[in-house]
Design a protein around this ligand. Sequence first.
Ligand SMILES: Cc1cc2nc3c(=O)[nH]c(=O)nc-3n(C[C@H](O)[C@H](O)[C@H](O)COP(=O)(O)OP(=O)(O)OC[C@H]3O[C@@H](n4cnc5c(N)ncnc54)[C@H](O)[C@@H]3O)c2cc1C
Length: 440
Amino acid sequence: MKIIEGQEFDVIVAGAGCAGFCAAVQAGRAGLNVALFEHFAMPGGTMTVLGSNSIDQFNNPHRPRGDRMVIAGIGWEFVEELARRGFADIPDMDAPYRVHWQYGVRVNPIAAAQCMDDFLLAANVRLFYRQGVVAVETSDTPGGTSLDAVIVTTKAGLVRHRAKIFIDCTGDGDLCAWSGAEFQIADSPQPGTMRLYPCATTSDQQALAEADRAWRAMLAKRPELSNFLLCGGDITGFLRAGGDNTNHVNGLNAADSASRGKAEIEARRAQVALMSALRAAEAPVNILGSAPESGARESRRILGDVVMTGEEYLAKTVYPDAICYTYWFIDIHRENGPSEIVYLRDELTPTISLGAMRPRGLKNVYVAGRCVSSDRANNSAIRVKASCMAMGQAAGAAAAQAIRQGTTDTRAVDTAAVVRYLKEQGAIVPEPQDRPGAGN
Ligand SMILES: Cc1cc2nc3c(=O)[nH]c(=O)nc-3n(C[C@H](O)[C@H](O)[C@H](O)COP(=O)(O)OP(=O)(O)OC[C@H]3O[C@@H](n4cnc5c(N)ncnc54)[C@H](O)[C@@H]3O)c2cc1C
């Protein structure tokens, strides 16, 4: 098959979700020649296209007031800019703690994607939307497998692009897996969710309360519907959440196209069943639209030099090469039944290791975002968006340091220099006194 020769870049980022966005902006701001390839026609991934529009969590609410932010950098700059434009609600990060998600920054997906375009273009990132990576070309080198080129789909046909360093932010770890990196994936990954966008057809509180009663009566007769309306379990909760986290889509393996196809058919069937039930209950609700596909909570976890574990997360381990903080809770969704949850309850904060972003056996590749090297429990926490943003920025900074050092070997990169650079760029990096081996 004929492949058209494309271009050569310093850095290619694959996937423009929260992680890829920050990776590309950071590498672009470092003055590198950066390309960002994205399967969808817009940036944001799960946050925009798939409609999961809450960004958690930038703070550790158990730290002293005024010192609660644990993630900043490009992710925080982005939400502040979006808030200035009127399209993000930033809660008070110092508010007394009730539940983790009260600190989520809600964004408008359309404006968020457009703001991401602005950040990316201002950083001189070359944008290749609707140009998904479909294959990789590799070679064996003494330092491990080198990823030499990616093949992307375009309307002109397949195009080959080369780079010195690649950052895999595809959520599914496509580039790493196709280059031969080891990975893990659960036999039965956590359920996904296909978002619906509802709107109320009345503002009459009595009518809404009546709708809740009618819905609960319907649920008593049709227990299968209890898989819906996760947020609040009733019509008013569903409307208040704007349809976020509406349902559980079981059997979704995002790394297996056939499985995904089947699960999406079931997800659509279930959504129409919900709409019919809402109609039968005469609920004052219109469904305006749906995300085009289900969001995946769990996919491939690429194995890196370090595999971060759930035990380490709960022990708030500061890795020797910690590159950013991460904050959420262990949050494993189950197909049938409540999620497995373990909250963090003190001022200590877990971290992400740079070694977890270096896929074993690959020489010139970083991986960032929800497919980073981690066990299942750790991954259920570090997958949240602010953490993905911090990882992405760190990967972009590490790629910039590699190019500065004139190397394509990620293991030769000076971690201390990456840390210094990230701090200059406004990121929060765990301090030396928090690291093992530091004096007390
Ligand atoms: C239903 C649901 C609810 C959630 N709720 C919350 C919440 O309330 N708060 C929170 O903070 N987090 C939440 N999360 C988790 C969080 O949203 C995601 O883990 C996070 O957004 C992942 O970011 P990412 O950049 O790693 O991946 P993604 O957002 O998945 O981005 C990956 C991007 O790569 C692209 N891509 C994939 N393959 C290729 C390819 N081969 N070539 C080119 N591009 C490719 C995709 O199109 C996508 O744009 C939720 C997740 C889900 C699914």
